[in-house]
Design a protein around this ligand. Sequence first.
Ligand SMILES: Nc1nc2c(ncn2[C@@H]2O[C@H](COP(=O)(O)OP(=O)(O)OP(=O)(O)O)[C@@H](O)[C@H]2O)c(=O)[nH]1
Ligand SMILES: [Zn+2]
Length: 222
Amino acid sequence: MDAIIKPIRSGKPADKSEIPASDYMASAIDPGIVRPSRAEAEAAAKTLLAYIGENTNREGLLDTPRRMVEAYDELFQGYAQCPAEILDRTFGETAGYDDFVLMRDISFHSHCEHHVMPFYGKAHIAYAPVDRVVGLSKLARLVDAFAHRLQTQEHLTAQVAGAINAILKPRGVAVVMEAEHTCMSVRGIAKKGALTLTSRFTGIFQDNPEEQARFLNMVRGV
Ligand SMILES: Nc1nc2c(ncn2[C@@H]2O[C@H](COP(=O)(O)OP(=O)(O)OP(=O)(O)O)[C@@H](O)[C@H]2O)c(=O)[nH]1
Ligand SMILES: [Zn+2]
């Protein structure tokens, strides 16, 4: 996190915090597509194994197409999840708590939509609640719901911030994500350890450089 040091603001940028309601009000399974059956998906997995030159009839690979499809079911379960439902339950007894709430170091893994290869790292999320707070685990669940879809890190960051903004209507949201993309660490340019940092600020975190700096310092643990 050493790369994040200074708040970045001069003048007021346009508010780009909104994301389409379809991103958070329902599952993300596209109603316009015909989903193949499980058997068709397993046949496709078998084709990929044959494509790399494998004998798909050898003992060690007999169950692999099934396992590949089951792994996809798990890794991409976010399509069936509704972010608005995750943030549905809030608590009002906060004894007048009026600062922002920060959860840092939320580990996540996702898959890039270009290569369908994992990228993984940490998310840091703060929001400034108005009267009611959300259960802490729900912030991590929200990250997972969006991360368990094909993503770019920028889109993932914007969706997490946008959903919190739209559903909780806080005074502001700050999201920073840092991740290593295996599509550029184990293939292609092969730069192991390179970290990508993305951020999205709304409300007080966007408008007030001091609040943004306080968030960034707390993320860095200073
Ligand atoms: N902006 C952004 N780019 C990503 C993300 N994940 C992967 N990429 C990039 O997507 C790009 C796809 O580029 P292409 O030139 O179409 O694909 P490629 O030939 O496989 O690219 P190389 O990785 O350079 O070999 C690559 O530069 C990846 O590094 C992401 O989350 N955000
Ligand atoms: Zn990629």
